[in-house]
Design a protein around this ligand. Structure first.
Ligand SMILES: [Zn+2]
Ligand SMILES: [Zn+2]
Ligand SMILES: [Zn+2]
Length: 159
């Protein structure tokens, strides 16, 4: 599943991610509880990052009345199992666009509309790998966050 800034069938996007999570959890004997599933659904509604308190607000609107620790535990579950990522720059969470595949994400964050696109990189085969090698450093994990302006916001700025 690859998602760009261009228009796409977002309903399919949500269904696909939920199905992947369902399958992964049943194959690995993980409990995909109602709260965990709902938190993932909320993250999938838009290609944006949400803070724990935004998610909490959604849940209480729905009468699920969850407490912060419940939301943090659900987010922790989603991040640990690769269904979501934490965007450190925004102190927020975003649903993963490549669930079930081990990857090093690159997040492109539009500073105007706050949409986020996640792509993958191979750090060992990029300039990072070369730089690390020169320093004798062994990379285990990378998360790259890039800020800028997405294609549709660039277009509307020109009108
Ligand atoms: Zn989508
Ligand atoms: Zn991802
Ligand atoms: Zn934008």
């Amino acid at each position: 599943m690859s998602v760009g800034f261009e228009n796409h069938d977002h309903t399919f996007c949500i269904q696909d991610a939920l199905e992947t999570a369902d399958t992964y959890c049943s194959e690995n004997g993980l409990q995909f509880t109602k709260t965990r599933r709902r938190v993932l659904e909320i993250l999938l509604m838009q290609h944006k990052a949400l803070g724990a308190y935004d998610i909490l607000a959604h849940l209480s609107d729905e009468g699920l009345g969850a407490q912060p620790p419940v939301v943090y535990r659900a987010l922790d579950f989603l991040v640990t199992n690769g269904f979501a990522h934490k965007i450190e720059k925004l102190n927020a969470y975003s649903a993963c666009s490549h669930p079930g595949i081990s990857h090093s994400p690159v997040f492109m964050i539009c500073r105007v509309c706050e949409n986020i696109v996640e792509t993958k990189t191979e750090p060992l085969h990029s300039f990072l790998g070369t730089t690390a090698e020169a320093a004798g450093f062994s990379i285990e994990d990378t998360v790259i966050e890039v800020e800028g302006v997405c294609p549709s916001c660039q277009k509307s700025a020109q009108i």
